[in-house]
Structure formats: structure tokens, C-alpha cells
Write a protein that binds this ligand. Structure first.
Ligand code: SF4
Length: 323
């Protein structure tokens, strides 16, 4: 049985539960890289091309962290996860295995299966069959692992829709980011690898929780309601995560009516250059809902983010008192 390495970055925050169940059900050990730290960041910066965005640099750091600990590393080519959709993941996800091979040496073998679920509802099952057979498992074993993994993933998504963040949903923690109904309600929106990585966002969720703010994230929007927001825009964006962030912004503006929106973005992110502006305009068009862009890079420090969030929350409190 193999030790399979899973980088704690990018697709980890939404899809780890499926793969963890799939591989462990087949009898393999899953090894997740250490939580993001200065050492992982430094390693990523050293291994990546200069103009890569922060999440891609970090991804390389996580791969480096796993290299000597595992037999094989899971780096799928993530293309699309929505059936019959034209959107894809950001181009950097599509070329992830190539980027890693081009810049890192002495890595163990990599599982770089293409995941494109846009063509057929059976595609994920086919991907699992191919991976399972590589490891010498029978079709019955693979089917069994696949159906268990589907159930686990479904429960994970439901837990997040019920108010848990990705980390809490993975650890089975029950506590939600909700308290008193009089608390301020803040949508903290962005790609999951920025919103849920406490190192990158310098513990923003914890900080907001201490300020008694009820936090809402993209993943807390029920899937059907998220999809229903599409009709409010003339067309979809090209990228899956960008659509999710944009649609959740519309949902929190129109349906849940939050007090303010924070958009967490990585410095140098191409797709977000457009998404950020669109979110700001939509917030403005709906009664000037306060909007803050929190741009993160490798030099982002605790004090800067804390000051901006505290000032934003203070402003929301004053605004509410006046209403
Ligand atoms: S969406 Fe932006 S932050 Fe995410 S990988 Fe692509 S460029 Fe980087």
C-alpha cells in the first residue's frame, strides 16, 4: 500500500474529503502536507517562477514539504467540476502538474490525472477507475471506494452550507460562525485557498469571530441558490471559482442582505482583477453596501490586516446605528 501525498493548498480546501476517503478506503495512507508556514512559503517562493500568484507559490512549497515523506503525490490537472458547463478552473490549475515538473526536481511519482467533469456525469467514476487500476485494485474495490467517497464529499458540502468553514467541516467540529442575531453579518468572500488558509489571511476569520461578527463564506450558500444567481448576470465568467465568488456576492447582497462584504484576493491574480471590480460595482448598485478588498501577498502582516478589518467593522457598526 502506498503513502499518498496531498498538498494542503488550492483544491485541498474543497475536494480533500473525497480523495481522502477514496484512497484510505482502498487501504492507502494519506499524508497531508503541514499547515502553511513561513518555511513552506519560503520554499514555494524559491521553487516557483517570479510572476506566479501567491497561492501557486504556496502550492509548490506544500509539494516540497511532501517530497521526502511520500511514495506518490496527488496533483491532478483540474479542468472542470461542473457538468455540461463551459467554465474551467483558472489556467494555472490546468497546468499545475507541468509547472511543478518544470520547476522542481527529485520528486516522487505524481498522479496527474485530468479531472474534467463537464463532458459526462460518469467522468469522476472513470477517473477513479483509472487511478485505482494503476494501484492494482479490482473494479469492485474501486466502485466501493468511489461510492463511499461520494457520500463523504456530499456530507462535507452540506456541513459547509450549514455554516461551518472548510476546516471545521473536515474535523467534524460542530461550532458555527454564528451567534446573536443582532451581530453584524459579514460576507468574507474569495477563493477557498485564501479564505480558509489561516497563514495567508493572517487569521482573519478568527479575528472577525472575536469581534462578534457573523461570518458568511461562498461555501455557506446552498448550491441551488448559488446557481440561481447566474441569471442576474449577462453571462458566466470563464473560471469556476470566480463564478462561485461572484454569484455568492449577489446572493449575500440580495437574499441574505449582509452588512458588508470583504473580498479576499491574492495580489497578482488575473481573474480577480475583473471579479473584484464587478463585486464592488454590484455592492454600490445595491444601496452602497460597504465593500472592502483585502489583497494578500507574501509580505502581508498581521497588524495591517487587523487594522483594516477592525476599521471596517467599526464603520459597519456606526452605519447600523444610524439606520
Ligand atoms: S485564480 Fe488567481 S489566485 Fe487562484 S491560481 Fe488563478 S491566478 Fe492564482
Amino acid at each position: 500500500m502506498a503513502k499518498i501525498g496531498f498538498p494542503k493548498a488550492l483544491y485541498y480546501y474543497l475536494y480533500y474529503p473525497f480523495w481522502q476517503e477514496f484512497f484510505t478506503n482502498l487501504g492507502h495512507d494519506m499524508i497531508v502536507s503541514s499547515s502553511t508556514s513561513k518555511a513552506i512559503l519560503d520554499l514555494g517562493v524559491k521553487e516557483t517562477v517570479n510572476d506566479a500568484c501567491l497561492p501557486i507559490k504556496l502550492f509548490h512549497g506544500h509539494v516540497g514539504d511532501l517530497a521526502s515523506k511520500v511514495d506518490v503525490i496527488f496533483i491532478p490537472r483540474m479542468v472542470s467540476v461542473r457538468k455540461f458547463a463551459t467554465e474551467t478552473f483558472c489556467p494555472k490549475f490546468l497546468g499545475l502538474p507541468d509547472m511543478v515538473h518544470a520547476s522542481m526536481e527529485d520528486l516522487p511519482p505524481v498522479i496527474e490525472e485530468k479531472i474534467d467533469l463537464s463532458k459526462s456525469p460518469l467522468e469522476l467514476w472513470r477517473v477513479c477507475q483509472r487511478i485505482g487500476k494503476e494501484f492494482g485494485h479490482s473494479q469492485w474495490q474501486i466502485n466501493n471506494a468511489y461510492w463511499h467517497a461520494k457520500k463523504v464529499q456530499h456530507r462535507f458540502f452540506k456541513s459547509m452550507e450549514n455554516g461551518l468553514t472548510a476546516e471545521k467541516a473536515m474535523t467534524g467540529e460542530k461550532k458555527k460562525y454564528t451567534k446573536d442575531k443582532n451581530n453584524l453579518k459579514l460576507a468574507f468572500l474569495g477563493y477557498p485557498y485564501l479564505v480558509y488558509d489561516n497563514f495567508i489571511n493572517v487569521n482573519s476569520l478568527e479575528l472577525l469571530e472575536k469581534m462578534d461578527v457573523e461570518i458568511k463564506t461562498v461555501e455557506m450558500v446552498p448550491a441551488k441558490k448559488l446557481l440561481a444567481q447566474r441569471k442576474k448576470l449577462p453571462k458566466d465568467l470563464f473560471w469556476n471559482f470566480s463564478n462561485r465568488v461572484m454569484h455568492s456576492c449577489l446572493y449575500y447582497l440580495d437574499d441574505e442582505k449582509v452588512d458588508g462584504i470583504v473580498h479576499v484576493t491574492a495580489f497578482g491574480c488575473g481573474p480577480d482583477a475583473m471579479v473584484d471590480k464587478m463585486m464592488e460595482l454590484e455592492s454600490k448598485n445595491r444601496g452602497e453596501v460597504p465593500f472592502l478588498t483585502l489583497s494578500l501577498d507574501e509580505h502581508t502582516g498581521n497588524a495591517g490586516v487587523a487594522t483594516r478589518l477592525e476599521a471596517f467593522v467599526d464603520m459597519l457598526k456606526i452605519r447600523r446605528e444610524k439606520q
